[in-house]
Design a protein around this ligand. Structure first.
Ligand SMILES: *Cc1c(COP(=O)(O)O)cnc(C)c1O
Length: 367
């Protein structure tokens, strides 16, 4: 078998080795079925069991209450930017958006096509012609409209490496969350959310499937004039089987959630994630300024660790040497520059330990 390297990619991202091995073992023929997951009908008993287990596992992991639906849709998190506005904004046609990064900005762009997207807070800063975000706003900074259709926020800002460590307080207005890059990284109080959604390809599965967990009463807002595929009502009523779902994607989510349960659930996962992130941030903080963390300390992400070196040349040197040493995907997003180590759930602790050794060694040679 090919040797695997350390994959720090922001997405599509690393998956648990056990999951890849099991999928590989059963790809030719599912046990007792004689056909591949890639070949079976989405109306078959076999697929039904996979779909049901995926939902059950999600329910167990996140403690999803009974009055919530768990959907597996297509079109990525990006299509949710539109679906949320189309389904939830009317009839008031106004919603609050908390702007903390590039993905929030894209969500706002779609909302504006439907109605008024009020910026309840923005942490955007600029330096020259460079615009960036490095923090999560405080509760006191939020200018919320109690009459808004919903409040939207991005729980983890994949590109800038900032993360909410507690949901914003929004009163009775439904809270909508893009959790694409930190879903399942810790336990949440789902009752606080109207909708939480995530593209699978960062922390949950392959590209092509998006999970949406929504309070069922919100479906009443979906108007009959909406296109069938764009209406949450369609997908809730048909259990995500109105058309052919991404059967393979749901199968991998089933395996990943099974892996999380076997590991001990999301509290255990959170403990592991905190430990991994702490190691890396400590290496940055104890480098006497050789490495500079991008995000403000209280806003640091456990999933995407962003940092800079003194010059772009030095950053390039580190990335080149790291790549040769088997650390892939450390280059920061083009809009931020610098470096980004994405250390999602499936990223092994050993890989972070090895990166820290590598970084200390690089500092010794170049500091
Ligand atoms: C990657 C990402 C998206 C975009 O996801 P797609 O599935 O490619 O549409 C949206 N939001 C966040 C926070 C992301 O990290």
């Amino acid at each position: 078998m090919e040797k695997r390297i350390y994959n720090f990619s922001a997405g599509p991202a690393i998956l648990p080795e056990e999951v890849l091995q099991e999928a590989q073992k059963d790809l030719f023929a599912l046990p007792g079925v004689g056909m591949s997951i890639l070949e079976i009908s989405h109306r078959s008993k076999t697929y039904d069991a996979i779909h049901t287990e995926a939902k059950d596992n999600v329910k167990k992991l996140l403690g999803v209450p009974d009055d919530y639906a768990i959907l597996f849709l297509q079109g990525g998190a990006s299509l949710q930017f539109s679906m949320i506005a189309l389904n939830l904004m009317p009839p008031k046609n106004k919603a609050d958006y908390i702007l903390t990064g590039s993905w929030s900005k894209k969500a706002i762009k779609e909302a504006k096509r439907v109605g008024t997207a009020n910026i309840a807070a923005s942490t955007e800063e600029s330096e020259g012609d460079k615009k960036f975000f490095k923090r999560i706003p405080k509760q006191s900074e939020l200018k919320l409209d109690p009459d808004a259709s919903y409040v939207h926020f991005t729980s983890n800002n994949t590109i800038f490496g900032t993360e909410w460590n507690k949901e914003p307080e929004v009163g009775n207005v439904p809270l909508v969350c893009d959790a694409s890059s930190d879903i399942f990284h810790k336990k949440l109080d789902l009752k606080k959310y109207g909708i939480i959604y995530a593209g699978a390809q960062k922390n949950m599965g392959p590209a092509g499937v998006t999970m949406v967990i929504m309070r069922k009463d919100l479906v009443e807002r979906s108007q009959d004039t909406l296109h069938t595929m764009l209406s949450y009502k369609t997908h809730v009523d048909s259990d995500s089987l109105y058309n052919t779902p991404t059967t393979f994607g749901v199968y991998i989510i089933m395996l990943v959630t099974r892996w999380l349960l076997k590991l001990g659930g999301l509290d255990k996962m959170h403990e592991i994630n905190k430990n991994k992130a702490d190691m890396l941030y400590r290496c940055i903080d104890e480098s006497n300024g050789f490495y500079k963390g991008h995000a403000e300390k209280e806003s640091r992400s456990l999933m995407n660790v962003t940092f800079n070196l003194a010059t772009p040349e030095m950053e390039k040197k580190l990335i080149d040497e790291a790549t040769k040493a088997g650390f892939s995907g450390l280059k920061g997003h083009r809009s931020v520059g610098g470096l980004r180590a994405s250390i999602y759930n499936a990223f092994p602790t050993k890989g972070v330990e090895d990166l820290v050794v590598f970084m200390k060694d690089f500092q010794k040679k170049n500091g």
